[in-house]
Design a protein around this ligand. Structure first.
Ligand SMILES: Cc1ncc(COP(=O)(O)O)c(C=O)c1O
Length: 369
């Protein structure tokens, strides 16, 4: 297979799906796939039996969820255009609004189409340190209605409340958040048909406390009488994909440098946005093994750096490097800056065979513009 390419691991996807199905059964909740993290619709059949449906960030994801996944379609966006809501009601089961004014404006359209209406609230409870860009409870956040801005007069329009505050977190952070949510919005939650606890639950991670999650969900259901939804993205595809790259060139400038045929800026932008250093198969931390290299992409961006890694032997032109945990927030975020080709998307089947799902061409680059 020509690099660069993403390789999705069918067996791992199935394993994650099974964990999520078991958790949903144990907790008595519904779990959706947040398509913003992963939208490789060709693999949706592997998830369909285990999950209750999909969560979308707007019209295109909602349509993809309806057409390719089926089951339930839930949508949240910080603000909607009227024409988008008019189209969305054809695809969505739940539409969540960010402000009372948007809920008030669009509830009649939703009602007429039989779509359930929700409001995203902001419990103002930050449980994560370090990633302010991923903290919807940071000061001056535009994500969710705070208790000060809640309007009781729109309660008759609402079927549900939604919050999303977590990022790669364990059940202890959820427990803290649910307590803050109940303190601020508990009296409203009891009037709702459903509550959506957003994403950021790292449920499929080995150290995730699934028993605690089940208890939190059960208690919340008991206290409010509402149906509970979770909409993780990462947890569905955690460790379920790799990005395969090749060394194009090596050079020195105060240290060893290798230029790869993948780019942080184009193919794994979270490496720069978050930022983080992606795991690389067979490598060590800088200085840990004999030969340390700074790995970078072939774009013009000086900061297109994936990270510093060490190896047992010097890197050679043509060596293949495999970045791990690359199914989440990659293929949905790739771009063609500098005219960079997009990596192909492949599926490693359970029987070991590799299937090409998508190869990108010059026309894909040209037709975007
Ligand atoms: C509203 C909402 N729901 C779900 C998710 C999925 O989160 P994660 O992929 O961290 O589980 C996000 C992520 O940003 C989100 O904003």
């Amino acid at each position: 297979m020509d690099t660069p390419y993403f390789l999705i691991d069918e067996a791992k996807l199935a394993e994650n799906a099974k964990i999520l199905r078991d958790v949903a059964l144990r907790a008595g909740c519904k779990i959706l796939l947040a398509q913003k993290a992963y939208s490789v619709w060709q693999t949706y059949p592997l998830l369909q039996d285990s999950l209750a449906g999909t969560a979308a960030s707007g019209l295109f994801e909602a349509r993809l969820g309806r057409e390719e996944f089926g089951k339930e379609v839930h949508v949240f966006s910080p603000a909607y255009r009227t024409e988008d809501v008019a189209a969305l009601v054809k695809y969505a089961d739940h539409i969540v609004f960010n402000t009372p004014a948007q809920a008030e404006k669009f509830a009649p359209m939703c009602r007429a189409a039989g779509v359930s209406v929700g409001l995203r609230v902001n419990p103002e409870c930050s449980t994560q340190a370090g990633h302010a860009i991923y903290d919807p409870c940071a000061p001056f956040s535009r994500l969710g209605t705070t208790s000060d801005n809640f309007r009781e007069d729109i309660l008759p329009l609402l079927d549900g409340l939604h919050f999303h505050t977590l990022c790669e977190q364990n059940a202890d952070a959820l427990e803290t958040t649910v307590a803050a949510f109940l303190e601020k919005f508990g009296k409203y939650a009891k009037k709702m048909r459903w509550l959506n606890l957003g994403g950021g639950h790292h449920i499929t991670r080995a150290d995730y406390d699934r028993a605690r999650l089940a208890r939190i969900v059960k208690d919340l259901r008991k206290e409010t009488g509402a149906e509970i939804y979770l909409e993780p993205g990462e947890a569905v595809v955690l460790d379920a994909g790799t990005l395969h790259a090749r060394v194009l060139e090596t050079m020195k400038n105060g240290m060893n440098i290798a230029i790869l045929d993948v780019s942080a800026a184009c193919h794994m932008p979270d490496v720069l946005e978050m930022p983080y250093r992606p795991p690389l198969r067979g490598s060590g931390a800088a200085g840990e093994k004999a030969y340390t290299y700074r790995l970078g992409g072939p774009t013009c961006l000086a900061g297109d750096i994936i990270g510093d890694y060490s190896f047992d032997a010097p890197l050679r032109i043509g060596d293949e490097l495999v970045f791990e945990d690359m199914a989440l927030y990659t293929m949905v975020k790739t771009n063609t800056f500098n005219g960079m080709p997009l990596p192909s998307i492949c599926l490693q089947k359970k029987d070991g065979k590799t299937v090409l799902l998508r190869k990108f061409r010059y026309e894909d680059f040209k037709e975007r513009l």
